[in-house]
Design a protein around this ligand. Structure first.
Ligand code: PBG
Length: 326
């Protein structure tokens, strides 16, 4: 035995305090962005069936939700609107009194210090469920940009602190930056869904937002999950167009992309831990297959270790509670 040569890695793992001393990655409440779905009407608090713990909230019930989020120490939310009225050009997306515009204004009135991010897209608002306008059966890029930019301006007018465009049209950051600047919103940052894959993990979200495409799929604008170099080109374009944050979405199947963006581009990197990733864990937890706290903290810590500075996650409220326990 005396002649054996090896390193004693276990020295640094021998107690909880020793492990804490050498821990390389930590989750903070400041890292979390909590997604919220708002709907028209009154007294609505309906659980999304495929996303236990996530609700459709009418504006009266939004108050309590924001109180809770804020008292838990979460600093940022991202807002999704689910309108009553849909049409082929998604008019409610850029209506000054649209559901998400009213929600944003309400939050900023009661909680001015909460960072309110607006998801900027058309798919929840169009009757065909695509993220842009349709011409000859195709999603038309440049026409869609105009409507997207109008949506961003209406959200900024309502008080949004950050615009997060997710429709994956080419030039969407440039179009939004230009319109925001024209309207005097030079100070509003753009958190671009730069690298957004055409993913099966959005299924539960499309239930929640009623935004499944009525024909075809999103593969002519969202990215092929097989591609890495294309992700770098997308990120480069968005930076050139004026993005302030870069997002990778979904998170868990694309941790290599998160790491690569973090290493290559000196910008805050956001990982979107999407609906399907949440639902998968919730379903397994409901079956008693693993410990929710342990598995969620492992997953989110892994995303940070991969290079995410911020994480959009439906688990945010639970995580904030668990961080308080420690
Ligand atoms: C809108 C949008 C989607 C998500 C966020 N913004 C859905 C989609 O592209 O179909 C998905 C979020 C999630 O799954 O949690 N385009």
């Amino acid at each position: 035995m005396n002649s054996l040569q090896f390193d004693r890695h276990r020295r640094l793992r021998q107690s909880d305090s020793m492990r804490k001393l050498v821990r390389e990655t930590r989750l903070h409440k400041e890292d979390l962005i909590y997604p919220i779905f708002v709907v028209e009407g009154e007294k609505v608090k309906e659980e999304v069936s495929s996303m236990p713990g996530v609700y459709h909230l009418s504006l009266d019930n939004l108050k309590a939700e924001i109180e809770e989020v804020s008292s838990l120490g979460i600093q940022s939310v991202i807002m999704f609107g689910v309108p009553n009225h849909k049409d082929d050009v998604g008019s409610e997306a850029y209506a000054d009194n649209g559901i998400v515009q009213r929600a944003i204004a309400q939050i900023k009135e009661t909680h001015p210090h909460l960072t309110v991010i607006a998801d900027t897209c058309l798919c929840q608002y169009t009757d065909h469920g695509h993220c842009g306008v349709i011409k000859d059966g195709m999603v038309e890029n440049d026409e869609s940009l105009k409507l997207l930019a109008e949506t961003a301006v209406s959200q900024a007018k309502a008080g949004a602190d950050i615009i997060a465009p997710s429709n994956m049209m080419d030039g969407f950051v440039a179009a939004i930056r230009q319109r925001l600047d024209e309207e005097g919103f030079e100070q509003i940052p753009i958190m671009s869904y730069s690298v957004k894959y055409a993913s099966a993990f959005y299924g539960p979200f499309r239930d929640a937002a009623g935004s499944a495409p009525q024909f075809g799929d999103r593969k002519t604008y969202q990215m092929d999950p097989a591609n890495r170099l294309e992700a770098l080109r997308e990120a480069e374009s968005d930076i050139a167009e004026g993005a302030d944050f870069l997002m990778v979405k979904p998170a868990m199947s694309f941790m290599d992309i998160i790491r690569e963006l973090k290493d290559r581009f000196p910008y805050p990197i956001v990982a979107y831990n999407v609906s399907g990733e949440y639902s998968m864990i919730k379903a397994a937890v409901q079956n008693g297959w693993f410990d929710e706290k342990e598995i969620v903290l492992e997953m989110l810590t892994g995303l940070k270790r991969a290079g995410a500075d911020l994480i959009m996650t439906y688990h945010s409220k639970d995580v904030a509670r668990w961080l308080d326990e420690k």
